[in-house]
Design a protein around this ligand. Structure first.
Ligand code: MRU
Length: 349
């Protein structure tokens, strides 16, 4: 994807001992790259959400394991480092998927080969993520084309929640990939961007990347989607996913379930886009079984923004003493989902 017109990926290794990322905590106010040189630094970057989004968390964990292979002097030490990565965030399954994949590869090789094996596998995980997102884009494009064909000469309005874009993966994004593909193919699209409280990944990140790509969009408060759907202003919803059970229940950013309910009530198609690394075949019933992250109360009580003097400031918006609870994700049952867009095609949930 483009940053100031220049192609970029969200993560790469400039040399054998460095993982380079875009520090997403500073977007959209400033575009900064950050170098991670130890497993502890990688774990902190995931936990503190310098990197975030299921696909990118997986790719970062893959690269973290490449550093772990250099740091560990035996398999036991490597497994301790692997656990420190897995424990950073609970909901996105791509994290443990990438770590387990790396451990399996290292176990299958001789311990002497571990550094080379882990680095190669990390690059493969990142490349596969980008390739999966490209394919998701092409499959999702067909859905957008079908809708465009039913309203010739008019714009297709797509609502998305949170950031399941390029920034949440290695390239292209999942929910945004069909949008980027449609835009590139000349299909007129417009995106309703949920601001996505509490951390505002929609308002801060999805807007930023859609702007970089020149895709028309409008930011809405999280509660606006239902009203837009009632007035025929949403043609389809596409969200991402952090974990999908074998029954097709989807964990995604908190608030996704409410969008799916509103979409069902208004006959708006509701699609979820994900690479196959986000499936968790060990789980069946999403609401009961998917672990839901609870995050710091500060994300609710405070907001960060750009002050009039250009400085980034944090302000309190909830009175001292009010009790706060902050669930990061919710589960949308398969019955509310029109289809899952994966790299292999579109299937029912
Ligand atoms: O908490 P985050 O920012 O890591 O949230 C994950 C997400 O970005 C969303 O839930 C997204 O829609 C799916 S992940 C690509």
């Amino acid at each position: 994807m483009l940053v100031s017109g220049k192609p970029f990926r969200t993560i790469w290794m400039p040399d054998a001992s460095t993982v380079r990322i875009i520090d997403q905590r500073r977007l959209p106010w400033s575009f900064d790259l950050l170098d991670l040189c130890t497993v502890a630094e990688v774990a902190h970057a995931i936990k503190d959400m310098a990197v975030r989004g299921a696909g990118l968390i997986g790719a970062t964990a893959g690269y973290g394991m490449a550093l772990a292979a250099r740091e560990a002097s035996d398999m036991a030490e490597l497994e301790v480092l692997a656990t420190s990565l897995v424990q950073t965030r609970p909901t996105a399954v791509n994290l443990s998927w990438a770590v387990q994949r790396q451990l399996a590869g290292i176990r299958a090789a001789s311990f002497d080969q571990r550094v080379e094996v882990a680095r190669t596998e990390a690059e493969r995980i990142a490349d596969e993520d980008a390739e999966a997102c490209t394919a998701i884009g092409q499959h999702g494009l067909e859905i957008i084309r079908d809708i465009a064909a039913r309203k010739p000469g008019q714009v297709v309005n797509i609502l998305t929640h949170c950031n399941a874009g390029w920034l949440a993966f290695v390239d292209h994004g999942s929910a945004t990939a069909p949008i980027y593909a449609a835009h590139a193919a000349g299909v007129p699209v417009h995106v309703w961007v949920d601001e996505t409280r509490p951390r505002n990944q929609g308002a801060r990140l999805t807007t930023w990347e859609l702007s970089q790509q020149g895709v028309p969009h409008t930011v809405i408060a999280d509660n606006t989607g239902g009203h837009l759907m009632q007035h025929g202003l949403v043609d389809l919803v596409i969200t991402g996913a952090d974990r999908v059970t074998r029954c097709g229940d989807v964990a995604n950013k908190i608030g996704t379930y409410l969008k799916a309910l509103a979409a069902r009530d208004n006959n708006v198609p509701f699609y979820v886009a994900l690479p196959s690394s986000t499936f968790d075949a060990t789980l069946r019933e999403g609401v009961k079984e998917i672990p839901i992250e609870q995050r710091d109360a500060n994300e609710i009580t405070h907001m960060e923004g750009l002050a009039a003097d250009g400085s980034v400031q944090t302000v309190r918006i909830v009175p001292e003493g009010s009790h706060v609870v902050n669930y990061g994700f919710d589960v949308t049952p398969a019955r509310l989902i029109t289809g899952l867009i994966t790299e292999s095609g579109v299937r029912s949930a």
